[in-house]
Design a protein around this ligand. Structure first.
Ligand SMILES: Nc1ncnc2c1ncn2[C@@H]1O[C@H](COP(=O)(O)OP(=O)(O)OP(=O)(O)O)[C@@H](O)[C@H]1O
Ligand SMILES: [Mg+2]
Length: 478
């Protein structure tokens, strides 16, 4: 990931190490250093302090630096100068070249002299002030930094479901979810919420409850997957004294406790088959018996169920009762996975940065463009919960003003994951082949861009772009 510009710079330079002055040619120039042709010398050792002198706009410039030889035996001088000095010399020179060429050094898009940022990739293009150099070296960011726009803020407020519950969504699919929540809240029918893990099923159930006229009555959650199946019946329907070993007193079940309110049955697909009949009866008559009891009881409870498994498939496999499914699924809400919610992922990420940094009293201003791009492209298999965890961790750990891509602990790189469903993915294989060929060309030509371009049959800018994309040929400083 390139964060500062690098330009071609085929000028003669004088390299001074110790008493010796060697004349050689520069290859390219960046704010951090200058790459030069191999100037073999006994007196120049790796990590030596050196001085490099060259002409810039007809003016002689001398900069201090450290000498490194990278793995390709190229020589690189990494500047050891103040931001003021870099801005005044290399920074101003690179800025001038960028505007002269009218080409963005990061994405090669056409730029105008009046553009402060690249209109395409958003990179900041002026490197002639010490502040920018400082930002680049301190925080390793050169791209424009974003915060929530006013419009984004408004759309969040607009779609906030209730004052004490923050459910964010601006995407059409989420607007439909909000619409259904409001509609369903006005009734007492069961609701089935379907969605991948972490998509907000419980939050949705709570929102329905809070919008309904049961809001000031209990909202009780039972997770059918986390309670052993032999205990689930007692948990839901309660038991009488002596109903089973250890039942030394009567205990009301969750259905009784939820009287007047809402019972949220999470992971309903995991409910044992025999218990499903008892639940169905409750849904039809609102009557039940405690375990070991004979008395028929009633409770005024609204049932909301959720599942992340395909219940239709479970029916086919004989694991879920079809009649219960039809009873439960009259009113259904499908929560889209985060990756299908467009810009909502970015809006939410920014919102969580704000929220969690306030929570722990940190003054984090937002996310960098790179971080946003990573958030946008990652597939978020754990959906909103995963997003929250990643942002929370970054907020706690970072000491930067803006959270950068490297602060986001995204473990699975979706392009690296090998699974049955993507072994034939053409894009992935093409990328891999591209990297392989590029590496090979890099080794054969010892990183000579012109030769690489010829060998690979592509343009020089394309070679630069691919090297950057695949992280090949970066300066390795040990
Ligand atoms: N649209 C949203 N806006 C803000 N926060 C959300 C949103 N959706 C989910 N969350 C938050 O994400 C986390 C996961 O949500 P929730 O527990 O409701 O998901 P779930 O679908 O029940 O997950 P699981 O299947 O793992 O039980 C919670 O902290 C919740 O507050
Ligand atoms: Mg849940």
């Amino acid at each position: 990931m390139r964060i500062s510009p690098r330009i071609q710079f085929n000028e003669n330079i004088i390299l001074q190490c110790g008493d010796e002055a060697i004349e050689t040619k520069a290859i390219d120039l960046s704010l951090q250093g200058i790459k030069i042709e191999n100037a073999l010398s006994e007196s120049c050792k790796n990590k030596d302090q050196v001085k490099v002198s060259f002409e810039m706009n007809g003016q002689p410039v001398t900069l201090n630096g450290k000498l490194y030889r990278n793995e390709q035996k190229e020589m690189v001088i990494v500047f050891d100068e103040s931001p003021e000095k870099i801005a005044e010399t290399v920074g101003s020179f690179i800025t001038k070249k960028i505007y002269e060429s009218q080409t963005c050094p990061f994405c090669e898009y056409h730029i105008e002299k009046t553009d402060k940022y690249c209109p395409k990739c958003g990179m900041y293009l002026n490197f002639s002030t010490p502040n920018v150099i400082k930002v680049i070296s301190d925080f390793k960011l050169g791209k424009i930094i974003e915060k929530l726009t006013q419009e984004e803020k408004e759309s969040i407020v607009e779609s906030t479901i209730s004052s004490n519950m923050e459910m964010i969504g601006t995407n059409e699919k989420m607007k439909e979810v909000f619409h259904l929540i409001r509609k369903y809240a006005a009734t007492d029918y069961p609701v089935l919420i379907v969605g991948e893990t972490g998509t907000g099923k419980e939050l949705t159930a709570k929102a329905i409850h809070q919008k309904s006229n049961r809001a000031n009555k209990p909202f009780i959650v039972v997770n059918c997957a986390s309670i052993p199946s032999e205990l689930l019946e007692a948990e839901l329907f309660g038991y009488e004294k002596g109903a089973f070993t250890g039942a030394d007193r009567r205990k009301p079940g969750k259905i009784e406790l939820a009287n007047g309110g809402t019972l949220f049955l999470d992971e309903i697909g995991d409910m044992p088959y025999n218990l499903q009949a008892k639940l169905l009866r409750f849904l039809q008559e609102y009557t039940f018996e405690r375990l070991g009891g004979t008395e028929t009881l009633t409770a005024n409870v609204r049932i909301i169920a959720a599942t992340n498994v395909n219940l239709k498939k479970a029916i086919e496999e004989g694991k879920f009762r079809e009649d219960l499914y039809y009873r439960l699924s009259v009113l259904t809400i499908e929560l889209p996975p985060l990756r299908e919610r467009g810009e909502d992922v970015v809006i939410m990420a920014k919102y969580f940065v704000d929220r969690y940094s306030k929570e722990i009293g940190k003054d984090i201003k937002g996310l960098t463009k790179d971080a946003i791009e990573l958030i946008r492209t990652y597939s978020w298999p754990g959906n909103v919960r995963e997003l929250i965890n990643v942002i929370r961790k970054a907020v706690v750990l970072t000491d930067k003003e803006y959270i950068d891509a490297e602060d986001l602990d995204i473990k699975v790189d979706p392009s690296e994951v090998e699974n049955i469903s993507n072994v034939l993915d053409i894009r992935k294989h093409t990328e891999r082949l591209e990297k392989k060929l590029l590496k090979e060309a890099f080794i054969r030509t010892r990183g000579n861009i012109t030769k690489m371009a010829k060998l690979l049959g592509i343009s020089r800018p394309k070679v630069y772009k691919l090297l950057e994309k695949h992280n090949i040929g970066e300066i390795h400083i040990k």
